[in-house]
Write a protein that binds this ligand. Structure first.
Ligand SMILES: Cc1cc2nc3c(=O)[nH]c(=O)nc-3n(C[C@H](O)[C@H](O)[C@H](O)COP(=O)(O)OP(=O)(O)OC[C@H]3O[C@@H](n4cnc5c(N)ncnc54)[C@H](O)[C@@H]3O)c2cc1C
Length: 407
């Protein structure tokens, strides 16, 4: 990946925000990296001899989405040897293009505001919604300023570049197949056939929570939500995001960059199957009236898992930390996933540093805080769904009202 323009490799920039008590340097001593200068001597390797890849790290971050890259950047800036393993190459469109205003302070704290601006994000002053009523309304302004519409794949790539620029080794197109205890910590088996070892592993694999589910944690799912998603040409690239409820669930459409509009029907996995909502004809037939005004024929539909869950940690004996959606994933109606992932990275990095020093206290505090956040989220989610009561007999809404009624 191309080096990040802002912070030259090897240069450490102190983070100004979001440290937890665990972010004290309780881990191993920093290993100062040599700075390069224009007068450095270079060694030219003959007949294609390649530099042997480093395989031994302080921290291995599995997943290079916003949570993984932000955690890796923080740790690398603090001098730890970090590898990021990312399955994709950020070359296909990704969902999650509407960033809430709350991302702005996190981008600043990470020192990535400049490369973010270089992506040409479009300000978002709110989302039009038709939820519980036939009329539509917009959200009000936020103290952090506007939110943003971005090309999500480009945004994720920018954050991975920022992790690399901070000194992390970012390996794209690499799937982590297995993580097993070994040596001084963990051995990770890679799709390339190789292995890397690390003292602490970070599960940043998103809603799949691939690592944590196989360790001392239980994934508690709160629903069966999926997003049946299509990308269509955007007739109005300056337009608003739009949320609209229908008996089968709710629609969201928004500008997704590069002249595209993303449109998704959020419904339950079993309802999508039984109603054949993943076929183009049934999907298009369920478009809400306002959404239909904006969404033309979409290409191939993708079913994106969107269920909310909490990865509940039972033990703290093993040195791993879950961050972002892997730790706690929320319903996309909150519009807060990326902001939450970036915020969580600060605390997760603190927990990792403490684990490197043998202290599990900050990890416990981090998990306790996520438990409290989960409780608050479940109340908020119940409020959202209780506000739509036009289809009490429709299965999607009946399920959600039943949950809200138990409060
Ligand atoms: C339908 C939908 C719409 C959404 N819309 C919004 C929105 O508009 N705004 C918003 O803020 N949030 C939105 N979200 C939520 C947001 O996308 C997530 O909260 C956010 O992406 C979480 O970041 P993350 O880094 O934890 O996980 P992810 O972004 O999911 O990143 C996980 C990464 O791990 C990689 N990975 C997984 N397994 C492996 C493996 N074994 N080896 C190597 N790499 C692996 C994946 O390729 C991926 O890059 C939406 C979510 C859904 C489901």
């Amino acid at each position: 990946m191309a080096p990040h323009p802002e912070v030259p490799p090897g240069r450490r920039r102190p983070l100004v925000e979001g440290r937890t008590p665990g972010h004290r340097r309780t881990g191993p001593p920093r290993r100062p990296r040599a700075r390069r200068s224009s007068t450095d001597r270079r060694l030219t390797l003959p007949f294609g001899v390649a530099r042997a890849e480093v395989t031994d790290f302080d921290v291995a971050v599995v997943g290079g989405g916003p949570a993984g890259s932000a955690t890796a950047r923080r740790l690398a800036l603090d001098g730890y040897r970090v590898v990021v393993l990312e399955r994709s190459r950020f070359s296909t469109p990704r969902v999650g293009e509407s960033l809430s205003p709350a991302v702005t302070p996190s981008l600043r704290a990470l020192g990535v505001r400049e490369p973010f601006d270089a992506l040409g994000p479009r300000p978002s002053y709110g989302v039009r919604s038709s939820w519980g009523t036939d009329s539509s309304s917009s959200t009000l302004s936020d103290p952090h300023g506007p939110g943003w519409y971005v090309d999500r794949a480009a945004f994720d790539r920018m954050l991975a570049s920022a992790a690399e620029a901070a000194g992390a080794s970012v390996r794209l197109g690499v799937v982590c197949r297995e993580v097993r205890p070994g040596g001084a910590g963990w051995t990770l088996r890679l799709s390339t056939g190789g292995e890397v070892s690390a003292r602490v592993v970070v599960d940043a694999t998103g809603r799949a929570a691939r690592l944590g589910r196989r360790r001392d944690a239980e994934r508690i799912a709160f629903d069966r939500l999926v997003a049946v998603t299509g990308f269509a040409p955007d007739p109005d690239p300056g337009g608003f995001g739009l949320v609209e409820t229908v008996p089968e669930g709710w629609w969201y459409c928004a500008p997704a960059g590069a002249g595209r509009l993303v449109a998704m029907l959020l419904t339950d996995a079993d309802l999508a199957r039984s109603g054949r909502l993943t076929t183009s004809s049934e999907w298009a037939a369920r478009l809400g009236p306002r959404t239909a005004e904006r969404v033309g024929p979409a290409g191939t539909l993708r079913v994106v898992p969107a269920r909310s869950h909490r990865l509940h940690r039972r033990e703290f004996t093993e040195p791993w930390v879950a961050v972002g959606d892997a730790a706690f994933a929320v319903d996309p109606i909150t519009g807060d996933g990326v902001a939450k992932a970036l915020r969580g990275a600060a605390d997760a990095a603190g927990a990792v540093v403490a684990l490197l020093g043998g202290d599990t206290g900050p990890l416990r505090a981090y998990e306790d805080a996520l438990d409290r956040e989960t409780t608050a989220y479940l109340h908020r989610r119940a409020d959202f769904y209780a506000a739509e009561d036009r289809w009490p007999d429709a299965e999607f809404w009946r399920r959600r009202h039943a949950v809200a009624a138990r409060r």
